[in-house]
Design a protein around this ligand. Structure first.
Ligand SMILES: *Cc1c(COP(=O)(O)O)cnc(C)c1O
Length: 472
């Protein structure tokens, strides 16, 4: 594709995306495709000779779009948001255009230095502790996901607890990790990958609001110590995936310090709330953490993937993950004056992800980002009020940020039938969880263009579905 053709088709693609944004509300939010339906429309074999770009764009509309669940729809309230924005998409495009491999500083100095700089900005934006700043002993890096961040934190914790013996000899000490029974599934995955084994993960009890019970954590640590085991890692969650619960990070951090255990704070979703001073309670106690992560690819208008991961002691992380073969040696690395981010995550190669985050921050400004986050929290509060005012429904957990957990008083089957009905209608998409073995609906508000009218329409659709289900 020569530059002229790229220019022409590139404009068509940008137009296609802009049109998509404009018509997204007319599309059914959850894809109606049946299993295998999309593949059945694709040719069995790849084309032997090149095809026209027009044909590709036609298939995009006819084959691909019906198989898309529209995460960017303002009527998407499922799971957690994975929102995006114009500047993010354009940043992604620029990153693809430059297509650099940012594994070492030398392989693209701007890729490394912009990342370091924007991650320092994020500390100011979220009022995170100074110990995570690049000018301290710590620092930040962009990971693909919170799952990877948690794994890297656990690996560093494992090495710190074993004086780097595990990296040399394998894991032969009985290391124990802790998280609440509401912690994200990525914690168990990390414990398996790091070689601790899932039986070495303690799922600590929670209180009535699904936040970790710090005294239960301490009892579990004491029991493990008496049994001759080695506690090495605690995850505290700020905004659990199931219900948005916020673990008591300060109390957990004090325990972590007392027993010299690595504390990782997983704020993948809810950390973004700290853009607003009134929501900075989410970061209470984070200065006691050894590591921390937040996903701008959830609630900060930056398309997937972009997780900001911070450590208080970068030397431990780098020593854990660094392997320097001869073919990667260079003067800048040897001088020690630069960061080589390949030593801060699992893969060698790395994308220029800082570009889209930089574009988002510059486009919105911190005040602009704050405005949208605040609006989402307000909308969740409004929705909560409507649910509370309706005798047929109840709110299950106190709404602190942008998630409402609620159910129909008719019980599990009714709540589930309502969910299926509204999702089948295509007008909105919401998902569920189980809390205390009850089927609970989750309405998560965080799409870039969700406004009050969308939340009102969602509530109307839910109530209409409830009436239909009752009439059956
Ligand atoms: C979404 C989420 C994760 C997983 O995020 P990925 O970036 O997809 O790995 C982990 N923890 C919490 C609390 C989350 O909200």
């Amino acid at each position: 594709m020569d530059p002229d053709a790229f220019r022409r088709y590139g404009r068509e693609v940008v137009d296609w995306i802009a049109d998509y944004f404009e018509r997204i509300e007319t599309l059914p939010v959850r894809s109606r495709a049946q299993p295998g339906e999309i593949r059945a429309k694709l040719p069995l074999k790849p084309p032997e000779t090149g095809e026209s770009f027009d044909a590709v764009l036609r298939d995009l509309d006819e084959i691909i779009l019906p198989g898309i669940t529209h995460w960017q729809s303002p009527n998407f309230f499922a799971y957690w948001p994975a929102n995006s924005s114009g500047p993010a998409v354009l940043g992604e495009l620029l990153s693809a255009g430059l297509a650099v491999q940012g594994m070492s500083w030398q392989t693209s100095p701007a890729c490394t230095e912009l990342e370091t700089h924007v991650l320092d900005w994020m500390l100011d934006m979220l009022e995170l502790p100074e110990r995570f700043r690049s000018s301290s002993a710590g620092g930040g890096v962009i990971q693909d996901t919170a799952s990877s961040a948690t794994l890297c934190a656990l690996l560093a914790a494992r090495e710190r607890a074993t004086d780097f013996v595990t990296d040399r000899e394998g894991c032969n000490r009985p290391l124990i990790a802790y998280g609440s029974n509401q912690a994200h599934s990525s914690v168990e995955k990390a414990v398996r990958i790091a070689g601790l084994g899932s039986e070495r993960l303690r799922l600590v009890d929670v209180d009535g609001q699904y936040a970790m019970d710090a005294s239960a954590l301490e009892s579990a640590i004491e029991a493990d110590l008496s049994a001759g085991l080695t506690p090495c890692f605690i995850t505290a969650t700020v905004g659990t995936t199931s219900s948005g619960a916020i673990d008591p990070v300060r109390a957990i951090g004090e325990i972590a310090q007392r027993y010299n255990i690595w504390l990782h704070v997983d704020a993948a979703m809810s950390g973004t709330a700290a853009l607003c001073p009134e929501f900075r309670f989410v970061h209470d106690g984070v200065e006691l953490a050894d590591s921390y992560c937040v996903n701008p690819h959830k609630w900060m208008f930056t398309n997937f993937d972009c997780d900001c991961f911070y450590v208080a002691d970068r030397a431990t992380l780098v020593r854990t993950l660094s392997v320097l073969p001869e073919y990667l040696r260079n003067r800048a690395t040897d001088s020690g004056a630069v960061i080589d981010y390949r030593d801060w995550h699992i893969p060698l190669g790395r994308r220029f992800r800082a570009l889209k985050l930089w574009l988002v921050i510059r486009h919105y400004g911190v005040e602009g980002l704050r405005h949208h986050v605040r609006r989402h929290v307000e909308l969740a509060g409004l929705f909560q009020g409507w649910v509370e005012a309706d005798p047929d429904f109840e709110v299950i957990t106190p709404v602190t940020l942008n998630l409402v957990c609620f159910r129909h008083r008719g019980g599990d089957a009714t709540s589930q039938a309502i969910m299926e009905r509204v999702n089948d209608s295509g007008r909105l998409f919401l998902t569920h969880t189980r809390l205390d073995d009850r089927f609970v609906l989750r309405l998560a508000i965080g799409q870039t263009h969700t406004e009050q009218r969308h939340v009102e329409a969602a509530w109307d659709a839910i109530r209409a579905a409830a009436a239909d289900v009752a009439g059956e």
